[in-house]
Design a protein around this ligand. Structure first.
Ligand code: NOJ
Length: 493
């Protein structure tokens, strides 16, 4: 699954912001790369205070990205080349500009009032001690017009919807049907673990100043997810639901698969927070398997996304490590999510203060994709964010015909995954680490592939000598595992 952040992908009209026609123009690139599906970060009309995650209309396309017709064209063209399209649905909150909220805040008796979470203050302050994301400020904003607070787990311009209200649920299901009817193959659901809420005052000292986002995990959410799943199941073919469950414990994340009746897939963000250490990866892999296998739930893996520094930046640009991280991502059991630009080894851009636009400090990883070597890197206008360093060298044009490039490596691993059932569907066994090297086997009957990743900065001898090397992250020298090398071997048993 390939994540496209549309603003930063490809600009077709020169306004400096990527758009749907731009995505369409790159479908041949995505087919060539070999991905199966693309996930588009939000494209709906939005005042863009959170760059699309603040939705003002769930059933339209923001003019900066194009029109509904462009969207239909994109889906049709993607399907023609065998690519699935997944939309980013943002069910937890709307923009303050959404007509529901505009009406809700007009008066306490507004029709949409209880579509949001309004509360009186407590002791002259907010209703509870929840803190909003990216700040130490309350998750509540006082509304002068109606003398109540409303809840927003993110920006004050992103009021949370009240999912307890059956009319909210019905209206949101309708928005989902709108896109499913247009042929989308699934949805990525933004912070879906936040839907249910227990708005108690929690005075625990350790919760103070901590955003509520990674803490909320309440029973009612599961009922809402079952209803959403029923909407998807009404449709022919497979329509996938992928939930952003921002809880870092794989056991808690596993609950969101339900009994096969909630999410099809959930993000598993633990790897974003463990650094590049063989033991830590072994532990996350083992814990993830232990949590998901009893439920027959299929894992997902991710190295970065539009909210987090890119893997190449987290690995301080260490090329060998970046390359082996890609081999690891694409050889684990589960669906890998590749954030556009990772296949180029792109690092975050350094953003001068005057160009900072994101209230959550995430501009760096959202730098535009460099398509060409030339100074404009294939962007007809000045892009909304600066390019990352070495953009020319990392561009698609510079890497495409170079068999040793990161791009070629990524393509080769994807190809291997496509042709080797063990990598696609096989079990994952013997997950081991000696502190320097991580290894595991991917197996189907009659085939055993061993993935070995050298996390250390030393060459390691005595490995792989009898095995048939199918792929290496660098030029492989038999019997040795070079510093930072990742290898996929066929093991003869
Ligand atoms: C998670 C999204 O990935 C992030 O970009 C966004 O800011 C928040 N949810 C709020 O919608």
């Amino acid at each position: 699954m390939y994540q496209i952040y549309p603003r930063s992908f490809r600009d077709s009209d020169g306004d400096g912001v990527g758009d749907l026609r731009g995505v369409r123009a790159q479908l041949s690139y995505l087919s060539w790369l070999g991905v199966d599906a693309l996930w588009l970060s939000p494209i709906f009309p939005s005042p863009m205070r959170d760059f699309g995650y603040d939705v003002a209309d769930f059933v339209g396309v923001d003019a900066v990205f194009g029109s509904l017709e462009d969207f239909d064209d994109l889906v049709g063209a993607a399907h023609e080349v065998g690519l699935r399209v997944v939309l980013d649905w943002v069910p937890n909150h709307t923009s303050i500009d959404h007509p529901w909220f505009v009406e809700a805040r007009r008066s306490r008796s507004s029709e949409h009032r209880d579509w949001y979470l309004w509360r009186d203050g407590v002791a002259g302050g907010p209703p509870n001690n929840w803190v909003r994301a990216w700040s130490d400020q309350p998750a509540w904003t006082w509304d002068d017009e109606t003398d109540q607070y409303y809840l927003h787990c993110f920006l004050p311009s992103q009021p949370d919807l009240n999912w307890e209200n059956v009319r909210v649920r019905g209206a949101m299901h309708q928005t989902l049907r709108f896109w499913l009817d247009r042929g989308v193959d699934g949805i990525r659901m933004d912070v879906v673990h936040l839907l249910g809420k227990e708005l108690t005052v929690d005075d625990a000292e350790e919760l103070r100043m901590l955003s509520h986002v990674p803490l909320n995990d309440v029973a009612s959410t599961h009922g809402y997810l079952r209803e959403i799943r029923a909407v998807l199941d009404d449709y022919d073919g497979d329509r996938v639901s992928i939930g952003e469950v921002y809880l870092l414990d794989p056991d808690r994340v596993a609950d969101y698969y339900g009994d096969g009746d909630e999410l099809h897939l959930s993000f598993n963000f633990a790897p974003l927070h463990i650094g590049w250490r063989a033991d830590a990866w072994r532990d996350v892999i083992v814990r993830t398997q232990a949590a998901l296998e009893p439920r027959d739930a299929w894992p997902t893996w991710v190295l970065s996304n539009h909210d987090t520094p890119r893997i190449a930046t987290r690995l301080h640009g260490d090329e060998q490590r970046v390359r082996s991280a890609m081999v690891l991502l694409l050889s684990l059991r589960g669906t890998p999510f590749l954030f556009a630009g990772e296949e180029l080894g792109l690092e975050d851009a350094v953003i001068p203060e005057a160009r900072v636009v994101d209230p959550g400090g995430r501009d760096g990883c959202r730098a535009p994709i460099p398509w060409t070597i030339a100074l404009d890197h294939g962007w007809p206008g000045v892009p909304w964010l600066p390019f990352a360093e070495y953009a020319g060298r990392r561009s698609v044009e510079a890497q495409r015909d170079d068999g040793d490039s990161m791009l070629s490596l990524t393509r080769r691993v994807i190809e291997l995954r496509r042709t080797r059932t063990a990598l696609r569907h096989g079990t994952m066994e013997n997950v081991q680490s000696d502190g320097r090297v991580l290894s595991f086997d991917r197996m189907v009957s009659g085939e055993r592939l061993r993935v070995t990743v050298n996390f250390s900065r030393e060459e390691i001898t005595g490995l792989q000598s009898d095995d048939h090397v199918l792929l290496s992250s660098r030029r492989h020298r038999g019997g040795l595992l070079a510093a930072g090398e990742a290898v996929i071997c066929e093991v003869k048993s």
